[in-house]
Design a protein around this ligand. Structure first.
Ligand code: PGA
Ligand code: ZN
Length: 427
């Protein structure tokens, strides 16, 4: 019998894809198994997310994480020492008990997440299983997710090139993951060619690898991606659809939505009408954070008006079971974006996926704009059967690490590989 108790934790300060310090951690088990993970970090973060702990001193312009790193090796190490890594719930409960603040502001959600993931990887290593298999429910089969791939970036990830944060492609007609990824690549290429023809530069990319150029109207981005779909030889709507992350919290001010690109200030109702128009003009299938994080009334209205569109809550739900429950109870949104570092532990993020599925809400597992070369997110999407995944563009190594891991899993599963396809998103 292998001894899967946690014996020690090592932590160090690493850099994420934006070059910002982040917490890296290794969990060691008595049997010699080990797991290693780094915490990702957002830029357009929601107010209700769990809190990262940063040093706020002279190092790295205040962004250093030596205090969070120290917490891993002291407080968190003491809390989980001797626990069985296979008992994920016990490990995560012990981690959460170290902080009196549910937002984990004292120990740092970045510290907690790194340990939670590293412990899960150590458990998988001890079981000689890939992570996706180790987190799978008994009797369930692995499910490769439908990707949602960033093509054009704006907002906080692209110096405010346009108001909307991401315009993405969803390969709804693909019938395998590898075909899905190839189609997304083709649409990105087609969009870049369309942009170049209009004199726009495609040399520089945004935080998540998306194309970033100034446009005069938000809808110009939809025109470009629709043209990109045509240039890729795909049929808009049936083969490749468009998704958008509005990240509206970022431009909500004094009760109005300020579209700086177009010099307009809209109410919730006016912005909802704008989206309704977009859904009839473009093959738009999913809208994320279409309204601000606390605009519950607007969201409720939008959910009625845009019932056939996937309405995805990111800053709204922040992977928080209580906020998702409020949404379910009041029929707000119909899908949830799941970012494990928004809440702190894998157990909590897993419970959000479960609650969402029980309420017939769709789930999209998501990376952060500041991410790392880790690929565990891909395994979680497959093992938790989230159905959809969003990790940015088809370039930049912190993005391709996840895509490449999914390609590996698909190969490993061979003929048995089940691909979520359009059923994961269509309503
Ligand atoms: P973030 O962006 O990681 O900067 O929060 C991703 C998103 O908004 O979905
Ligand atoms: Zn978002």
């Amino acid at each position: 019998m292998t001894d899967t108790r946690i014996t020690s934790l090592l932590a160090w300060e690493a850099l994420d894809s934006r070059g910002t310090p982040t917490v890296a951690c290794e969990v060691l088990l008595a049997c010699g198994a080990r797991g290693q993970a780094m915490a990702p970090s957002g830029a357009s973060t929601g107010t209700h997310e769990a809190a990262e702990l940063r040093d706020a001193d002279h190092r790295y312009a205040g962004r250093a994480v030596t205090r969070a790193v120290a917490n891993v090796e002291t407080t968190l190490a003491e809390a989980v020492h001797g626990l069985d890594a296979l008992d994920r719930s016990a490990v995560d409960t012990a981690l959460l008990a170290t902080d009196t603040d549910a937002a984990l502001s004292n120990v740092g959600a970045n510290a907690v997440l790194a340990v939670s993931v590293a412990a899960a990887l150590a458990a998988a290593d001890a079981r000689r299983m890939p992570l996706y298999r180790s987190v799978l429910d008994a009797g369930a089969a692995p499910l490769l997710p439908l990707p949602m791939v960033n093509v054009i970036s704006g907002g906080a990830h692209a110096g405010g090139a346009i108001d909307i944060q991401d315009i993405l492609v969803v390969p709804v007609g693909a019938d395998s993951f590898r075909q899905a990824l190839e189609w997304c690549w083709s649409v990105r290429r087609g969009t870049a060619m369309a942009a170049e023809q209009r004199g726009l530069s495609t040399a520089l990319v945004a935080d998540e690898g998306g194309l970033a150029f100034p446009l005069t109207r938000n809808r110009d981005a939809f025109d470009l991606v629709t043209e990109g779909i045509h240039r890729a030889g795909l049929e808009p709507g049936t083969q490749a659809a468009i998704a958008v992350d509005v990240a509206a919290t970022q431009f909500f001010q004094d009760g109005r939505y300020l579209l700086r690109t177009e010099d307009r200030a809209l109410t919730s109702a006016e912005l909802i009408s704008e989206f309704t128009e977009w859904t009839t003009t473009y093959p738009l299938i999913s809208i994320e954070d279409l309204l601000a994080e606390d605009d519950w009334d607007g969201w409720e209205q939008a959910t009625v008006q845009l019932a056939s569109t996937q309405l995805l809550g990111d800053d709204l739900f922040v992977t928080n079971p209580a906020r998702l429950q409020r949404g379910i109870t009041h029929h707000v949104g119909n899908a949830v974006l799941v970012k494990p570092n928004q809440i702190g532990t894998l157990t909590q993020a897993r419970s959000v996926v479960r609650a969402a599925h029980d309420a017939n809400y769709r789930t999209v597992l998501s990376a952060r704009s500041g991410d790392t070369e880790d690929s565990w997110l891909a395994d979680l999407a497959v093992g938790w059967r989230t159905g959809q995944i969003k990790v940015g563009s088809t370039m930049r190594s912190e993005r391709t690490a996840k895509w490449n891991r999914l390609l590996h899993i698909e190969r490993e599963l061979g003929a048995a590989a089940e691909f979520a396809g359009c059923d994961a998103i269509r309503r």
